[in-house]
Design a protein around this ligand. Structure first.
Ligand SMILES: [Zn+2]
Length: 253
């Protein structure tokens, strides 16, 4: 599958967008940097978005993606997430205070936005892709996603501290091509990582012992202030499977 990195950082400074990936030009995985990375012509092609959790660095461009394209004929968007995440978006984002409730605009019958609840580990199909959400261990309800086509599968953990089920399920994927997981903080900020449900290079190393497959492991989510330190500490792990995702790059997974 064609996998384009729109943003891959845990915060925003110039040149560093927050988490968002584009699969086969029309499915987005998280929306921390969709409108920040895509032209208007490219934005209209995005029809479906998987949202892992409610945090702004994974959702903050949703309002502008919809607003930018609201009046474009045929534009509509479906957002897929577990019920807790859908509820959070209804209550705190599309609530007619933070932003208009686009689930009833321009009218109730043909709204431009549909919020679709998914059940963890129950496969659903979008445009030839089979997708499963799987619970991970973050500070708010969060799932990673396993996205498969006929040739291969990508396992994306989203934001997580040490977790279990994601690795169990990932180990069973036949055509697993790549794992994408996070490393948000350097080892010096282990306490902060623990209380906020994130990984550091040293807890990443422990997590990867749960992975029984020999596939590339791509990292995202570094906080911009700590990127150089995170890179040095990840390199010191001397694990040849580990790479850092590159913003703007398109991978063939
Ligand atoms: Zn988060």
């Amino acid at each position: 599958m064609k996998f384009r990195v729109l943003g891959c950082y845990g915060g925003n400074i110039p040149g560093h967008g927050m988490t968002a990936f584009l699969v086969n030009d029309r499915l987005a995985m998280d929306a921390g940097w969709v409108s920040g990375a895509l032209s208007l012509q490219e934005q209209v092609k995005v029809k479906d978005i998987l949202i892992s959790h409610s945090h702004l660095d994974h959702t903050c461009t949703l309002p502008f993606l919809i607003d930018n394209n609201f009046s474009t004929p045929g534009f509509s968007l479906r957002i897929y997430a577990i019920p807790e995440v859908i509820a959070s978006m209804k209550n705190h984002l599309f609530n007619n205070h933070t932003w208009p409730d686009f689930t009833c605009l321009p009218n109730d019958l043909t709204p431009v936005l549909k919020l679709v609840e998914v059940t963890p580990e129950q496969p659903f199909e979008i445009n030839g892709l089979t997708i499963r959400a799987v619970h991970v261990s973050h500070i708010v309800p969060t799932t990673g996603f396993i996205v498969e086509d006929r040739k291969g599968a990508v396992a994306f953990s989203s934001d997580t501290g040490p977790t279990r089920r994601f690795w169990e399920l990932t180990n069973t994927i036949k055509r697993l091509k790549v794992v994408i997981t996070e490393t948000s903080f350097p080892n010096e900020l282990q306490n902060l990582a623990n209380i906020s449900g994130h990984l550091t290079p040293q807890t990443l190393e422990q997590e990867l012992k749960k992975l029984e497959r020999d596939v590339p492991i791509y990292l995202y989510g570094g906080k911009p202030r700590h990127l150089e330190k995170i890179k040095r500490q990840v390199k010191a792990l001397k694990d040849s499977r580990i790479r850092l995702l590159v913003q703007g790059k398109t991978y063939d997974f």
